[in-house]
Write a protein that binds this ligand. Structure first.
Ligand SMILES: Cc1cc2nc3c(=O)[nH]c(=O)nc-3n(C[C@H](O)[C@H](O)[C@H](O)COP(=O)(O)OP(=O)(O)OC[C@H]3O[C@@H](n4cnc5c(N)ncnc54)[C@H](O)[C@@H]3O)c2cc1C
Length: 238
């Protein structure tokens, strides 16, 4: 059982939950936990949530959850769960979609929406270990207010330690926006990949259509499929 120690609003539809774990074991950035809710009548439902924090935070993890309209678990976490509640979790789980500084780079991270969560664990781990591995994050959001971890990403990029963050805003952009303003396509992938050379290590996470589109696009522009790891979050690209 985990105890909710803090809840933080990230965007209008996304919240982060700090969970205290009595039997904490360090995770590998990219891994997830399963959260299980059980009703009084025994009905139970389970969903996976990536770990947002790096493994350097002893005894606790952070999960970041987008509220899915008509969902079972994410609306419960948003609307019902409060600090001090205990929730059933199991993890850390997963051994494929993981990155540690010892795996090297250069690193190309591609996220759509809440798909940023496991990539943020990698970015936080990279910062905590003072890694200078060249890293570019291409992050697709609908609108500026939907960018999760916006301030932290800005601060980490300002350290000038080899992390660059490139946003694409697909539905609305603020006045004077100079970033990308369209869905990820091959031309965008080629531009973002170019400074990293021919063989970056790539992690892609988000809705299935974004993940498949970006992975196929990278292969088309010459990145070896063996260097690409993907994680799909949901059944839809809504
Ligand atoms: C390995 C893994 C890691 C994940 N990590 C995260 C994470 O860090 N943060 C996070 O917010 N989610 C994450 N997810 C997604 C999460 O597990 C749930 O699928 C999501 O929270 C919806 O669950 P729910 O019970 O609220 O909705 P459900 O009851 O499962 O679904 C309700 C309705 O919403 C649709 N739907 C389900 N999931 C999505 C979605 N992702 N986007 C749009 N529509 C959807 C369904 O088709 C259905 O119509 C992860 C999934 C996997 C497999």
């Amino acid at each position: 059982m985990a105890t909710i120690k803090a809840i933080r609003d990230e965007t209008p539809r996304v919240r982060s939950y700090t969970l205290g774990l009595p039997s904490w074991t360090p995770h590998r950035p990219g891994q997830h936990y399963d959260v299980r809710l059980t009703a009084a009548d025994g009905y139970s439902v389970q969903r996976s949530y990536s770990i947002a924090s790096g493994p350097e935070t002893d005894g606790e993890i952070a999960l970041t959850v987008e509220r899915v309209v008509d969902g079972e678990v994410s609306p419960f976490l948003h609307d019902v769960a409060v600090v001090g509640d205990r929730i059933e979790v199991r993890g850390p789980i997963g051994g494929y979609f993981v990155w540690e500084a010892t795996l090297g780079g250069p690193l190309l991270l591609i996220a759509g929406g809440s798909g940023i969560v496991p990539l943020m664990a990698m970015i936080r781990h990279r910062a905590a270990t003072a890694s200078r591995i060249p890293t570019r994050l291409l992050y697709s959001s609908r609108a500026p207010e939907d960018i999760i971890y916006a301030n932290e990403l800005r601060d980490l990029e300002a350290r000038n330690d080899g992390l660059e963050v490139l946003h694409t805003l697909t539905r609305s952009q603020p006045a004077g926006w100079t970033g990308y303003a369209r869905r990820i396509d091959d031309a965008m992938l080629a531009e973002v990949r170019r400074p990293l050379g021919d063989a970056p290590l790539v992690y892609i996470c988000g809705p299935t259509p974004l993940v498949e589109g970006a992975a196929n696009g990278l292969v088309r522009i010459g990145v070896s499929a063996q260097r690409i790891r993907t994680e799909r979050f949901g059944p839809s690209g809504k």
